[in-house]
Design a protein around this ligand. Structure first.
Ligand code: GRF
Length: 221
């Protein structure tokens, strides 16, 4: 049987890396159409680095404080990603703003996961912001990255009801559970070539079939 050509991912992180772990677990399944070639962190203390090492994935720390400008830092990252043959950049809790040049270079080849239903609630502290706004639902979004923070074509979303006694922490925890499902799902859709971008919308071939199991439990027929 012909060997599956896997999409090569680079995952930049800054922290705990639970989304990285979800991608590691997905990639461990032989049929999954992607693999992680490199994990980059801007912080040597990021917990996600241990997760990568445990999975025998190459890691690189690029300390942003060592570079005079954001552009210098981004150039070093791009060089490392290209040397590794990265085909899709999956930002996973990477807490640095990206330069315009970096966003242009990786346009349509870089995605991010954000803990709200974009375009609502961009930036940081979004779980508290959704509670404060009295929203009935929040959730998470996987989207292609554009220059303006937390914008870009939406690939997959999951909604999470907000309960009246929610704190930012309880809501964040329930959203994270969904993040760990939709990030690998979005990567799979992209790796299988099912996502195209048209007029700044991400179109997914056979959308209902592809995403139904995330919205409702699969039905018999
Ligand atoms: C997640 O909530 C993600 O949506 C946001 O940063 C957080 C990263 O968490 N971009 P983790 O490091 O993946 O656990």
């Amino acid at each position: 049987m012909a060997e599956l050509k896997k999409l090569n991912l680079c995952v930049p992180i800054s922290g705990n890396g639970s989304n990285l772990q979800a991608l590691i677990d997905a990639c461990a399944v032989p049929e999954f159409p992607a693999q992680i070639g490199l994990v980059i962190s801007n912080k040597a203390s990021a917990g996600g680095l241990e997760r990568a090492k445990k999975a025998r994935i190459p890691t690189l720390v690029v300390d942003h404080k060592a570079y005079p400008t954001r552009a210098d830092f981004d150039q070093v990252m791009t060089k490392a990603m290209e040397d590794n043959g990265a085909e899709l950049i999956c930002l996973a809790g990477f807490m640095r703003l990206l330069s315009d040049a970096f966003c242009d270079h990786w346009r349509d080849r870089m995605i991010n996961i954000h803990p709200s239903l974009l375009p609502s609630f961009k930036g940081l502290g979004v779980q508290q912001a959704a509670i404060d706004a009295g929203a009935r639902f929040s959730g998470c979004t996987v989207h292609y990255v554009r220059k303006k923070m937390d914008t870009g074509p939406i690939v997959v979303q999951a909604a999470v009801p907000i309960q009246s006694n929610d704190t930012a922490e309880t809501l964040a925890a329930r959203i994270l559970v969904e993040e760990h499902k939709i990030y690998p799902h979005a990567v799979r859709l992209i790796a299988e070539g099912k996502v195209t971008i048209s007029n700044e919308r991400a179109l997914i071939a056979d959308y209902n079939k592809q995403t139904q199991s995330l919205i409702n439990p699969p039905t018999e027929n």
